[in-house]
Design a protein. Structure first.
Length: 124
């Protein structure tokens, strides 16, 4: 199950449910909060003691339940710098967050799996 909440007015449309199922399976209970810089910074400070505004935060609660905070404002800035669409950047960050919930750590294996999922959904 996927529960999506927003604290910002606009965000790119993505196949969130399909990506969730592809990465985490259909029995995973995911809460996705699409937010801006302020909330992302507050959550980052509270739970990680980091004072910056992150692009994505993942909180695994169990093997079948977790939460992702996806910062649309930071993603948009990063997309402009990287010369890609906001939608493509948000897709990468969402997939990245899902793989963290699955237990992956940064590295080649995670990057390879992210690329596989992004290709599957037309984000290359």
């Amino acid at each position: 199950m996927l529960d999506i909440r927003r604290t910002v007015r606009s965000a790119p449309s993505l196949p969130y449910e399909e990506i969730t199922t592809a990465v985490l399976g259909k029995n995973y209970d995911l809460s996705l909060l699409i937010c801006g810089d302020s909330l992302a910074r507050t959550v980052n400070m509270k739970y990680r003691r980091k004072s910056y505004s992150p692009n994505v935060l993942s909180f695994p609660y169990s093997k079948i339940e977790g939460e992702i905070f996806l910062n649309v404002r930071k993603a948009s800035r990063e997309a402009r710098v990287g010369g890609i669409s906001d939608r493509a950047r948000m897709a990468l960050l969402f997939v990245h967050g899902c793989f963290h919930l699955k237990g992956y750590r940064h590295g080649r294996t995670m990057e390879r799996e992210e690329a596989r999922v992004l290709r599957k959904f037309g984000f290359e």
